[in-house]
Design a protein around this ligand. Structure first.
Ligand SMILES: Nc1nc2c(ncn2[C@@H]2O[C@H](COP(=O)(O)OP(=O)(O)O)[C@@H](O)[C@H]2O)c(=O)[nH]1
Ligand SMILES: [Mg+2]
Length: 307
């Protein structure tokens, strides 16, 4: 609770580029215009360009076309209102709260391919949890690059939380084992495991994840309680493919959509909703510790469409 409440103005700021390109674009396209077939085609192109995805785009555009043909929609403003309403309806009540165990420690596994923003998102999440008064420990299971461990160490020092690491090149599952065990013996509330995103094959990567999951579950009942998949919003439809692949291999319970501040293609949030049942739980809107926000669909759509 507490800090997990989102503030529309902050979301708005983080989404400036997305807002300008997607909604600003729609607004200048539609405002003051009368609807015709050419305008509907333009709308379709604009939605696809914003990475809303073919499925959702087709549905939205079909809705507009149908209402237009039936004489129920004539003005661009009506289209904007329709889009806003339809987008909001895409996210019915769903539990987006972080899953924590009834008894400490809760274990959160963080996955995703290299460079998407895993380590940074972990730091932001740890920061929020700590501000809420919880003790946090991170496990540096990305043991392939010394730089990866170092990066997490710098964050942990800055936030003031514990870190467990292994020797260079250590087995990631062994580090996960140590981190979860340390979390348990030290009575820590939340253990967050950082993982590697790039291995020789997708197969090895997935097998390694499975091993980490097994090891965590052996120590703490129900662990990992949350498996977060981090996706890079700037990678557009590629992010979708990753979501589908990871969901096949691991029981992903939530998505962190990072780098939404850096893209004009915020529509990918919509495409993710269309492609998977996995809830987007957090959005990343910058590189500092304060730049992680809970994903609140209503607030998100409001922020996107506000002037
Ligand atoms: N603009 C922006 N940059 C981000 C965000 N999250 C991560 N980054 C940057 O993306 C790069 C890769 O992040 P990192 O956490 O190391 O990714 P990892 O390889 O998945 O652990 C770093 O330069 C981060 O500062 C975000 O929400 N917005
Ligand atoms: Mg990393």
């Amino acid at each position: 609770m507490g800090l997990f409440k989102s503030v529309i103005s902050r979301v708005k700021k983080g989404l400036e580029r997305t807002r300008e390109a997607l909604v600003g674009g729609l607004r200048s396209l539609l405002a003051g215009r009368r609807l015709d077939d050419a305008l509907i085609d333009d709308l379709e192109r604009r939605l696809l360009e914003a990475d809303v995805g073919p499925k959702a785009t087709a549905r939205l555009v079909a809705g507009v076309r149908e209402a237009y043909k039936a004489g129920r929609m004539e003005r661009g403003e009506e289209v904007l209102a329709y889009l806003k309403r339809e987008l909001k309806a895409m996210w019915p009540e769903q539990d987006r709260a972080l899953r924590l165990a009834p008894a400490a420690p809760s274990v959160i596994l963080v996955t995703g391919i290299n460079g998407v923003g895993k380590t940074t998102s972990i730091a932001k999440l740890a920061h929020i949890l700590k501000e809420e008064g919880r003790s946090v420990l991170v496990g540096a299971c990305d043991t392939f690059r010394a730089g990866a461990v170092r990066q997490l160490e710098v964050w942990a020092d800055r936030i003031g939380i514990g870190l467990v690491k292994g020797a260079a090149g250590a087995d990631p599952a062994a580090v996960a084992f140590d981190a979860v065990a340390a979390g348990k013996s030290r009575g820590v509330d939340v253990v967050i495991l950082d993982t590697a995103g790039r291995l020789h094959t997708q197969d090895t990567l997935m097998r390694q994840l499975e091993k980490i999951v097994r090891v965590a579950g052996k120590h703490v009942e129900g662990a990992p309680h949350e498996t977060l998949l981090v996706l890079d919003a700037t990678s557009g439809q590629n992010a979708l493919r990753q979501a589908e692949e990871f969901a096949r291999a691991a029981k992903v319970t939530g998505i962190v959509l990072a780098k939404l501040d850096g893209t004009a293609k915020g529509g990918v949030v919509v495409a993710i909703r269309d492609a998977t049942e996995i809830p987007v739980k957090f959005i990343g809107v910058g590189e500092t510790l304060d730049d992680l926000q809970p994903f609140d669909p209503d607030g998100f759509v409001e922020a996107m469409f506000e002037e």
